[in-house]
Design a protein around this ligand. Structure first.
Ligand code: UDP
Ligand code: ZN
Length: 338
């Protein structure tokens, strides 16, 4: 793969022909039972098939000696492992760079049939412990960006059903990301306080968009939500990078995500979504400026000409309404179907 920068936007694009070869398992045949088996013989992430993902980057072993979570290199990586920093090549207005970095898969559970909201709290926490451990290792690639994310459902990009997330480390700071960081830093320079902390405090005091809160984390539908049922999960006591999150906050974050995703499923059914764990750019983890946060984006609308042309999202569900519905869904007992 190769990184290329569009001279008109300064946005980086990964040209990755190897990605076209990855297997697609979704959708499964319509005649298949609605509930998948505990293990699938053909699934590369199921127990018994570990020889298909032999290189293990991280693992959590249970009391019985079998694995609870495994992190392995992505077999069809968007970025390939290699030495940094990303040396630029210039050809007139065109800039390109080697697409080294990392692309890893977090196999969240040995159970093929359990999705993240179905895991118990300890198992969900293990998944977030994997994000933290790998974020710590991958921030050595800098300047750059470490991003754990989860795709769920067909239109969110999932090609494999076994519960999994991915972690990428890119060797450049994308301009949109740079802008977020710069906004937070400028805010600090002006006011001497952290933007994310002030926004969270304002959301809590307004209250209409708060979905759930615990000792260390808060979930709300952002004031300017770009999508229906968009949710943001933020820590009360912030670290700039998820790599530095404390144990208790990590466990509460896992619990919160699990409950939010269960609420989304209870309210809207098994809709596609993505979540992203955003941290300060690697090497710029000053706690005064930035706080890591999680964006959960259900995929219920499709961006068309207006959105693509203006960069302005059109969101048909006011976040106050989304939050009220999500609060009610969270108060209901867990999904009985599972
Ligand atoms: N994959 C892998 N080993 C395999 C089969 C698949 O590493 O034997 C990877 C595949 O490249 C893909 C990921 O597992 O990146 C599955 O990810 P997901 O379905 O979330 O979305 P995708 O990345 O395909 O858009
Ligand atoms: Zn499986």
């Amino acid at each position: 793969p190769e990184l290329r920068q569009d001279p008109l936007t300064r946005e980086w694009v990964v040209i990755a022909p190897g990605r076209a070869r990855r297997p697609r398992q979704v959708p499964e045949p319509t005649t298949a039972p609605t509930r998948p088996a505990v293990t699938e013989p053909e699934c590369p992430f199921c127990p018994g098939n570990e020889d298909r993902t032999p290189e293990e980057l991280w693992r959590l072993t249970g009391a019985d000696g079998t694995w609870d979570v495994r992190v392995v290199p992505n077999r069809y990586p968007v970025l390939s492992a290699g030495p940094g920093p990303a040396r630029r090549r210039m050809d007139g207005p065109f800039i390109s760079a080697d697409a080294f970095g990392a692309h890893e898969v977090v196999i969240e559970t040995p159970r093929h049939d359990l999705d993240l909201p179905d895991l118990d709290e300890a198992a969900a926490t293990n998944v977030f412990a994997a994000y933290r451990a790998r974020s710590r290792a991958l921030r050595a690639i800098r300047p750059g960006l470490v991003l754990p994310f989860r795709n769920h459902g067909q239109t969110s990009g999932t090609s494999l059903r076994h519960p999994h997330s991915q972690i990428i480390a890119v060797p450049v700071v994308p301009p949109k990301y740079r802008q977020r960081f710069d906004i937070a830093r400028a805010y600090y320079d002006d006011r001497g306080s952290r933007l994310h902390t002030d926004v969270t405090a304002a959301e809590i005091s307004d209250g209409t968009r708060v979905i759930a809160a615990s000792d260390h984390v808060v979930a709300f539908a952002p004031f300017a939500s770009t999508a229906p049922y968009e949710m943001r999960v933020v820590p009360r006591e912030a670290e700039a990078s998820f790599a530095d999150v404390a144990d208790e906050t990590l466990a509460e974050t896992a619990r919160m995500l699990r409950r939010l995703l269960a609420a989304v499923r209870g309210l809207l059914g098994d809709v596609p979504y993505n979540y992203l764990i955003l941290s300060a750019p690697s090497g710029e983890e000053c706690t005064a400026y930035f706080s890591w946060h999680i964006e959960v984006l259900p995929r219920l609308t499709v961006a068309a000409g207006f959105e693509l042309g203006t960069g302005m999202a059109v969101n048909p569900v006011p976040p106050e309404q989304a939050a009220a519905r999500l609060r009610r869904a969270m108060a209901r007992p867990a999904d009985s179907g599972r």
